[in-house]
Design a protein around this ligand. Sequence first.
Ligand code: HEM
Length: 119
Amino acid sequence: MSTTLYERLGGTEGITNIANDLVDIHLANPAIAPRYSNSDPVKVKNGAATFFIAGTGGPNVYEGQDMLATHKGMNISAHEFMAVLDDALEALEKNNIGQREQEEVLFIFYSMRSDIVLV
Ligand code: HEM
């Protein structure tokens, strides 16, 4: 029997921890931190956590817009996109997520590239 990625990432609690770490890592990453200079970290963490809870097979708790609408007009570069993927891997490592799950998360994020980069 297969378990959802949501369950393998530790459910709502595990994903919330990963999302909180991810946003903290973003805010310390000079490649992308300026993008969040006008953001409320609590709201960004909540948006990241709920998006990923919903997208990995957990409860449908995300209330934000889709990725194209969210990032449209930001003119995000491929370099910034890579920086976000690097930060995601760091957050997953920090939370002791296994390689298989890291690969799945990376693939999900990568598949959203065309809705985020230079849109
Ligand atoms: C696969 C990669 C990415 C995913 C899955 C993602 C996901 C999200 C989500 C879920 C939100 C919150 C939407 C909401 O709550 O309404 C968001 C907002 C945002 N994202 Fe991304 N994002 C990605 C890449 C990027 C990149 C590369 C940048 C630029 C460095 C970026 C910059 C932002 C900014 C500035 C916001 C608005 C924050 C705010 O509301 O104050 N994102 N993103």
